[in-house]
Design a protein around this ligand. Structure first.
Ligand SMILES: [Zn+2]
Ligand SMILES: [Zn+2]
Length: 355
């Protein structure tokens, strides 16, 4: 198999030829056809996440030590099965759920792998999908995506399920409610698309970039807010006509948290996804008196991936602008992503390269 590996953090990935692994036990070998390039891959490539305030999170502390193969948006064809791998056949096309846990704890047994304390995420802690072949520990992590464009299907494994899981945490909305989405990059647009697919009519897109707000309108946001406005809280409440039932924050800095929490109606919920960083100071009694909730949201669960795939199959999800490019261009793509030259998502094509 051919993999594009980090040999040294921040340096170009190297094309490495290795023996294709043979699946044992419940393992499934998937031949990758499409592999999404996620913005967070840039951090894994660099070797750390900048958490703000001078704090860094080093990926080596999570077991990501070079040589390492990134890629957590895998799509491909089942090529071989271990003797105990049941429920899937050679030749079937599948999305691979990457956010896998230990497989043994109560959370994993309940298919809440994203709450496992010993995660083995594909492309983050174990070899990923920048490769012609991927070994998956169990067939349950394979999700049928028949009828969905393969490149789009790949992106559902990360941005799609992240957006869906965040949106599903807004459980108490009423018909008049608006929902604010703060941060309209890739996951923000996916979140707007998911909210609309789930029937939320009034989505208010919030960002500091006029171009991103324009994209958010195209994705179904009814209203937009430039959050640099000094009276952004009052403006957001006004746009929501006093009924802001939910906020999904894809940025996650003190200013966005304060904006979201302050603008919520009583009983509303603030969902935090973004990892920009910083600390929040907030008077405690207001949480109780206004009955507002804070919920963190980290990627999503396997059932949530199946649900967002079902939405996509019904053609209810608006698709991100996607470009599919040969896997051999991976280094150029990472550089373009770093220079913020990529509009929408890039998905690697491993089929043409392997042919
Ligand atoms: Zn990702
Ligand atoms: Zn577990």
């Amino acid at each position: 198999m051919i993999s594009y590996q980090i040999i040294e953090h921040g340096k170009p990935l190297q094309k490495v030829l290795k023996e294709t692994p043979k699946p044992t036990g419940t393992e499934v070998l998937v031949r990758i056809t499409r592999s999404g390039v996620c913005h967070s891959d840039l951090h894994i490539w660099d070797g750390y996440f900048d958490l703000g305030g001078g704090k860094r999170f080093y990926v080596k502390d999570r077991g990501c030590v070079p040589p390492f193969t990134m890629g957590h948006e895998p799509f491909g064809v089942v090529e071989a099965l271990g003797p105990k791998a049941k429920g899937v056949r050679v030749g079937q096309k599948r999305i691979v759920f990457p956010w896998i846990g230990c497989g043994k704890c109560p959370m994993c047994k309940a298919e809440r792998d994203n709450y496992c304390t010993a995660m083995r995420t594909i492309g983050v802690m174990r070899p990923g999908a920048y490769s012609t072949h991927l070994l998956v520990p169990h067939p349950k992590y394979l999700v049928d995506a028949a009828g969905i464009d393969e490149a789009f299907a790949a992106t559902l494994a990360c941005s799609g399920v992240t957006a869906y899981s965040a949106a599903r945490k807004l459980t108490d909305l009423v018909a008049q409610d608006s929902v604010a989405v703060i941060g309209c990059g890739g996951v923000g647009l996916a979140t707007i698309a998911v909210l609309r697919a789930l029937g939320v009519r009034n989505v208010i897109a919030c960002d500091v970039d006029e171009g991103k707000l324009a994209a958010a309108r195209q994705f179904g946001a009814r209203l937009t807010l430039d959050t640099r406005a000094p009276d952004a809280v009052q403006k957001l409440q006004g746009l929501a006509k006093g009924s802001l039932g939910g906020v999904i924050d894809l940025v996650g800095m003190p200013a966005t948290a304060q904006l979201g929490l302050a603008a919520l109606r009583k009983g509303g919920r603030y969902v935090l996804v973004g990892l920009f960083g910083g600390e929040l100071q907030h008077p405690l009694p207001s949480f109780a008196l206004r009955a507002i909730g804070i919920s963190g949201s980290y990627v999503g669960s396997l059932p949530e991936l199946r649900e967002v795939v079902a939405l996509a199959k019904k053609k209810k999800l608006k698709k991100m602008p996607l470009s599919t490019r040969p896997s051999s261009e991976v280094n150029a793509i990472l550089e373009e992503l770093k220079a913020a030259k990529v509009l929408g998502r890039v998905v690697l094509d491993f089929e043409t390269a392997a042919a």
